[in-house]
Design a protein around this ligand. Structure first.
Ligand SMILES: Cc1cc2nc3c(=O)[nH]c(=O)nc-3n(C[C@H](O)[C@H](O)[C@H](O)COP(=O)(O)OP(=O)(O)OC[C@H]3O[C@@H](n4cnc5c(N)ncnc54)[C@H](O)[C@@H]3O)c2cc1C
Length: 130
């Protein structure tokens, strides 16, 4: 535990994953008390680009995508200690792994041009045609 941690406060600007993750790591690794961590968000919604909202009857909206890859080590570590909302014996990482097995990523288009025309970006990803 860092010296004088109970006297320190953290002010995180923005309620996106960067601040939410910082808060979780401050709690776990720095042992900072939750009521000393402040997240300042200008909009009425937390989550930033990763927010999600809606209900089954009218549909859902999510501003960002959900392509998670195995090299996201910090992200996996974060989710490994966040308890599931529905089952306290499980973590959000368990739920994420299950979802990614059940609904594998299948993304056929990342860039569009000319108002909806699919853009071929393979030469940007594989410059040497590997
Ligand atoms: C359409 C889309 C698809 C994406 N797909 C993927 C993907 O598949 N895989 C992946 O890994 N990443 C993806 N991303 C990127 C990923 O979502 C972002 O990199 C990540 O969410 C950024 O998090 P952040 O906390 O840094 O910023 P943000 O999520 O942008 O959060 C910043 C927050 O700060 C608030 N804010 C800004 N200025 C102020 C201020 N002055 N005072 C108070 N609050 C302020 C904003 O309102 C916002 O809530 C995607 C993003 C988008 C938009």
């Amino acid at each position: 535990m860092p010296k004088d941690i109970d006297a320190r406060k953290a002010y995180l600007i923005g309620g996106g994953i960067a601040s939410l993750a910082s808060a979780a790591f401050l709690l776990r690794d720095a042992h900072m008390k939750g009521n000393n961590i402040h997240i300042l968000e200008e909009s009425s919604i937390y989550g930033g680009s990763m927010d999600g909202a809606g209900i089954a009857e009218t549909g859902y909206t999510a501003r960002g995508g959900r392509e998670i890859e195995e090299h996201f080590e910090c992200f996996m570590d974060l989710f490994s200690f966040i308890p599931s909302l529905t089952d306290t014996n499980r973590t959000v990482l368990d739920e994420f792994r299950e979802l990614n097995i059940k609904e594998p990523i299948e993304s056929h288009c990342h860039l569009v041009q000319n108002q909806g025309e699919k853009c071929d970006f393979h030469h940007l990803v594989y410059p040497n045609n590997i």
